[in-house]
Design a protein around this ligand. Structure first.
Ligand code: JFZ
Length: 311
């Protein structure tokens, strides 16, 4: 067991945030609309890596307000926040020196939103962590997942880990203060031994940081269930269920199917009664704004918890 797991076991409620270039596409590409998995739009709409990369030049989320996001999480009674530093699309939503395909170098926005968010959450006693897609990277010839733009036979996954994923993970562990966790996702390309080596290498930078189970090979510090899955019976050890507020992780403008405060409270109670945490996802838009229904409903959940919860 990880020596710093206790806070996580007690947290009960966290905020997940999927935010990237896909947030600006918002589920509509060249007159076709898509529903669900907005963060997979590049794949689903068959957008080439080049055309997709061009979107960065138009990404300018001037409506982003770190204090406001952190305050919504606080008001909702959430104890941690995990945001996509880099999803499968490959675009770094922070200032990365490893590549120019990041929000500071490639977009007109030109600032690092993660710096502000790390500060805003810390100020409010909320643990802050990063989602990082360590294997799938559709922008890189050697990254996992994109066999449409890049020849599968030519791929060298280890090179991708060596030259992008691991150096970026190190930037995240070095430059944003103490991290609650790194939320890895969709593992691939490494043996168990190589995964262990990567973990040891990263651990040295911040021994306190927890690693999610999707680091692969059963080597994570806590268990994540599948998307929108709650175990039928109580589970021992540290674990988390992940849900999204509407029907997509990444922002989809025409998805208004937001779970009501009542539904969220039921979910929380069901999960907490079995000993786990609920990490509930919100999808901010390409302007950097949270969906108004997420703000409204999460604050209502927080009010209920304040009246009826134990902390
Ligand atoms: C992954 C991502 O591909 C997706 O875009 C999103 O970020 C989600 C939170 O994670 O999708 C998964 C990964 C694992 C399972 C399901 C969806 N699973 O284990 O059931």
């Amino acid at each position: 067991e990880h020596p710093n797991i206790q806070w996580f076991k007690e947290a009960k409620f966290g905020m997940f945030i999927h935010w990237g270039l896909y947030s600006k596409i918002a589920g509509t590409w060249k007159d076709s609309t898509y529903y669900g998995s907005g963060e997979w739009i590049m794949k689903r709409a068959k957008i080439s890596a080049d055309e997709y990369a061009g979107l960065a030049a138009t990404f300018n989320p001037v409506g982003f307000n770190a204090e406001e996001w952190a305050q919504v999480a606080k008001d909702a009674g959430m104890k941690y926040m995990v945001i996509t530093a880099k999803h499968h699309e490959g675009f770094a939503m922070y200032d990365s020196k490893v590549t120019d395909f990041d929000i500071v170098d490639a977009s007109p926005y030109g600032k690092d939103p993660m710096k502000a968010l790390a500060r805003a959450t810390r100020k409010r006693g909320i643990k802050f962590g990063f989602y990082y897609s360590q294997f799938q990277d559709w922008h890189e010839p050697d990254g996992g997942g994109n066999t449409r733009d890049f020849d599968k036979e030519q791929k060298d996954y280890r090179k991708y880990y060596r030259e992008k994923a691991i150096p970026q993970l190190k930037e995240l562990l070095r430059n944003y203060g103490p991290l609650g966790m790194i939320w890895f996702d969709t593992p691939g390309g490494l043996t168990k031994e190589e995964t262990r080596q990567m973990i040891d290498d990263l651990r040295g930078l911040q021994p306190e940081t927890l690693f999610s189970s999707r680091v692969g090979h059963g080597l994570g510090d806590y268990r994540d269930f599948g998307d929108s899955e709650v175990p039928p019976v109580p589970i021992k050890g540290a674990w988390e269920s992940i849900y999204t507020h509407n029907d997509s992780w990444g922002y989809i403008a025409h998805d208004k199917n937001f779970k009501s405060p009542r539904k969220i409270i039921h979910l929380l109670a069901n999960i907490a009664s079995k000993g786990g945490n609920l990490m509930l996802n919100v999808g901010p838009d390409g302007n950097g704004e949270l969906p108004p229904y997420s703000v409204k409903y999460l604050r209502e959940v927080g009010k209920w918890l304040e009246k009826n919860g134990e902390s």
